[in-house]
Design a protein around this ligand. Structure first.
Ligand SMILES: Nc1ncnc2c1ncn2[C@@H]1O[C@H](COP(=O)(O)OP(=O)(O)OP(=O)(O)O)[C@@H](O)[C@H]1O
Length: 253
């Protein structure tokens, strides 16, 4: 369980997060949506500890990050997996070396233990026979799978994904969404995804948080999002004619 209470974050004069409360549960995929500049990436980076909040608390499994000892913080780092925008693989390393990287950083495993674990997670994301390829030799969807494999290789309890579908075609996006959701359920991970992708909202929106100007404007499920009359949500989600029609049909049923 990940709990956020009254999170504020400013950069100089610019106030980006203005008091966000949220709870994220194990085994659930939660989505953060909102317009460009609403603070989604800053929020995700704050959850991950890459930004220190000016005010507010972040609790992992009931313990605030402030109250953790250095050893507990080190353990927490191992429990956090991240899929960055654009995959962020190391171009000069092979798939195997990319996925092994967090194991080298955070564990004392032997080379053969690491190789076994790398093989296991690569199989789990349906990437076999790619161990010795370089990222440039893979398609965008395959690179995302490598990024997901790297994020889950340390068996994290929390997984953060920033725009995991950016640059992918709609079909591959759904495959990646489903993969993240399956892994979340299978390993009971607490997963938080930033997305612009309305297909993701409809497909895997078990819990959706809509940010507006650094505040949580709305929260609900993909079913709720059809019924809401929150003007900001409706104008953001149903900006395309296709989704306007989908909503109309849903409401008429
Ligand atoms: N390190 C930083 N220093 C100063 N300002 C920042 C920094 N990081 C983000 N910001 C500002 O915070 C605001 C929110 O940015 P953020 O990247 O969180 O938006 P976003 O909702 O993720 O947008 P997008 O959907 O376009 O990725 C922006 O105005 C941005 O300029």
């Amino acid at each position: 369980m990940l709990e956020v209470k009254g999170i504020y974050k400013s950069f100089g004069e610019a106030s980006v997060l203005k008091g966000i409360d949220a709870t994220f549960e194990p085994g659930k995929t939660s989505l953060i949506i909102g317009q460009s500049g609403s603070g989604k990436t800053v929020f995700l980076k704050t959850l991950l500890g890459l930004h220190i909040p000016d005010k507010g608390t972040i609790s992992y499994n009931g313990q605030t990050t402030e109250s953790m000892t250095i050893e507990e913080k080190r353990q927490l780092k191992q429990d956090l997996g991240m899929v960055f925008q654009g995959s962020a693989l190391f171009d000069s390393l092979t798939v195997e070396e990319n996925v092994m990287f967090p194991l080298k950083m955070f564990t004392n495993q032997s080379k053969s233990e690491m190789l076994d674990r790398v093989d296991f997670v690569l199989k789990r994301v349906n990437l076999k026979d790619s161990n010795h390829k370089f990222p440039a030799e893979l398609s965008g969807g395959m690179q995302k799978r490598v990024a997901i494999a790297r994020a889950i290789v340390t068996n994290p309890r929390y997984l953060f994904c920033d725009e995991p579908n950016s640059g992918l075609d709609p079909r591959t996006s759904i495959v990646i969404d489903n993969l993240i959701q399956e892994i979340t359920d299978e390993y009971q991970i607490t997963t938080v995804i930033n997305t612009h992708d309305m297909n993701s909202v409809m497909e895997i929106g078990e819990k959706i948080i809509f940010l507006k100007d650094g505040l949580k404007e709305w929260e609900g499920t993909s079913n709720d999002i059809f019924k809401t009359d929150n003007e900001a949500v409706v104008s953001f989600v149903y900006s395309s004619n296709l989704f306007k029609k989908v909503r109309k049909v849903y409401l008429e049923e």
